[in-house]
Write a protein that binds this ligand. Structure first.
Ligand code: PEP
Ligand code: MG
Length: 562
């Protein structure tokens, strides 16, 4: 479990690899709630109300400019936040409060945002997550109206270690890796916005570090995003070692392989065409997971077939002639969509999600398969299709049949449910490949909500029970001669990657930024050594023991500063 064990070392959860030394700069706290005192009777209410629109326009423009200068996930998150700042409902409600209740513009924005956030929270799931974005916009608007520095990442001339409770999504998306050398948060988990973006930018990051709140501006720290340790006032020997570590490559230069030439295709996880273009530029060998949810989010109905064809074709174009694994819609649980997921489930993670949504709404899947098939036909990409949240062989067979009806012959299944991992051999009788979604597989194996920071120590694929399930799935692949890859976050863990290969995993798919690090580690170990590492990990009693035992055997990690 995470704990502060002594005065000089804080321990959290390793979220993005790499070791860096720097000076702490804390994320500026948002201003407190503005005074509820009504405006004086002499104030021109119409003019006061106009300041809300002016502030909203400036905040929207700042965020839109930041989005335009960003790419991939960062651009997406900033775009969503800018759209929220531009949403007239927040400004309308704030203006109404100024005019009708004589609220100050800042207080009116504050209360209006609270109302919108509350409505989103009531919707649950991913909409509830958006409540954080509304508060982020609120804090920016209030700062703008009060003429104070906006909350969030400080604007400092020299590089620094960013420390805070958790980064607001828009802050996380604006991180400049040339200035933010490392990140430490007391909240968040390995799948939080902060962790995902840090990995995609290659910034070392430790999350869920309880003592992080005791770090103050100017503290000198060493952040080890591989071990999860933050060392206060590191001694000079330690600092020297970090200073002399080899620079990390930023591009995958060679196809993935072990030291003895066992091929392990290294693929990218993407959510849209921009991500695909960035992954291709980063040298990814193909796409191992194309999450298609983005095209469906924030809508009242599924996008039409034509629109989908265009979206998929743009992704295929970035990987002409290479493998692109498209995952069909994974709605439900943390990604509820009003037109396919029930609103009133008591346990959405155990409810109608992933492939299960096609039972009540078969046309959504049918349209998607039709669109994928059309885009694939017009492209030279090697298009594979897989279904999320498959639990039984019957579901796998049905999915394969549906794909075949659309001429999609490479149809596979995601293995994210322990039942599927244990019966992969049966799932692969008809399905032609499997891809382990280790994020959900870990969640279901450990019965630990993947979003909960308190459960972060349980939510790791280093848990020996999860490794046993991966081994079971790979045995099913070996028995049928079908490939079993990994496309969950575990693939991007530089020490876990060789273990997965040793367990029999055939390809690894991850955020493109992690590819060169994983490749650099893989090429130092033979397949037999990977198998030994897998044995060592599975023989461990705890996740921490497994990780420590494997890391101590991989000397290259220290050489590479990983
Ligand atoms: C997973 O569960 O590991 C996975 C890759 O799917 P997602 O993270 O989109 O649920
Ligand atoms: Mg999943």
């Amino acid at each position: 479990m995470t704990a502060v064990t002594d005065r000089s070392v804080l321990r959290g959860v390793a979220a993005s690899p790499g070791r860096r030394v720097g000076v702490v700069a804390r994320i500026a706290d948002p201003a407190p709630a503005p005074s509820p005192e009504p405006l004086a009777t002499s104030v021109d209410l119409a003019a006061a109300a106009t300041t809300v629109d002016d502030a909203a326009a400036r905040v929207r423009d700042q965020l839109a400019a930041a989005a335009a200068g960003a790419t991939g996930e960062a651009a997406e998150i900033l775009g969503v936040t800018a759209a929220m700042a531009a949403d007239p409902s927040l400004a309308d409600e704030a203006r109404r409060r100024v005019v009708e209740q004589r609220a100050s513009p800042a207080r009116a924005v504050w209360d209006a945002a609270e109302l919108v956030a509350e409505q989103l929270r009531a919707l649950g799931g991913m909409f509830a997550d958006r409540a954080g974005d509304v508060r982020d916009v609120r804090d920016r608007l209030v700062a703008e109206l009060q003429g104070v520095r906006p909350p969030g990442v400080p604007d400092l001339p020299d590089p620094f270690v960013l420390v805070g409770r958790e980064l607001a999504p828009a802050d996380a998306a604006r991180l400049d890796p040339d200035r933010v050398v490392a990140i430490v948060t007391s909240g968040g988990g390995p799948t939080s916005h902060t962790a995902i973006l840090a990995r995609s930018l290659g910034i070392p990051c430790v999350v869920a570090a309880p003592g992080a709140d005791t770090l103050v501006d100017g503290d000198h720290v060493l952040v080890d995003g591989s071990s999860g340790e933050v060392v206060r006032d590191p001694d000079t020997a330690l600092v020297d070692r970090v200073a002399h570590q080899r620079p990390r490559p930023t591009r995958l230069e060679r196809p993935g392989a072990t030291a003895d030439g066992h091929r392990v295709p290294l693929l990218a996880n993407v959510g849209d065409a921009a991500g695909a273009v960035a992954a291709a530029a980063g040298g990814a060998e193909g796409i191992g997971l194309f999450r298609t949810e983005l095209g469906y989010l924030g809508r009242a109905a599924a996008p039409g077939i034509e629109e989908q064809v265009r979206a998929y074709a743009a992704v295929f174009e970035a990987f002409a002639g290479r493998r692109v694994v498209v995952r069909t819609l994974d709605a439900g649980a943390d990604k509820p969509l009003p037109f396919v997921t029930p609103q009133d489930e008591a346990n959405p993670a155990l409810g109608v999600r992933g492939l299960r949504t096609s039972l009540a709404h078969p046309h959504v899947l049918e349209d998607q398969l039709a669109a994928i098939a059309r885009a694939a036909e017009a492209s030279s990409a090697d298009v594979w299709v897989m279904a999320p949240m498959v639990a039984t062989a019957q579901e796998a067979d049905d999915f394969v049949e549906r794909c075949a009806a659309h001429g999609l012959s490479r149809a596979g299944v995601m293995v994210e449910v322990p039942a599927a991992a244990l019966r992969t051999r049966h799932l692969l009788e008809r399905a032609t490949f499997a891809s382990l979604g280790t994020n959900d597989l870990t969640q279901y194996a450990m019965a630990a909500d993947r979003e909960l920071a308190e459960l972060a120590p349980l939510s790791t694929a280093w848990q020996p029970a999860v490794l046993d399930l991966v081994a079971a799935a790979c045995a099913g692949g070996a028995a049928t001669g079908r490939p079993v890859g990994v496309c969950g976050e575990a693939a991007a863990d530089v020490a876990l990657a060789p273990v997965l290969v040793g367990l029999g995993v055939s390809s690894l798919s991850m955020t493109a930024r992690a590819l060169p690090d994983v490749a650099a580690v893989l090429e130092t170990v033979t397949l037999d050594e990977c198998r030994d590492l897998a044995d060592v990990a599975r023989a461990s009693r705890t996740a921490d023991d497994a990780r420590a035992a494997v890391r101590s055997r991989l000397r290259v990690l220290a050489d590479l500063g990983l």
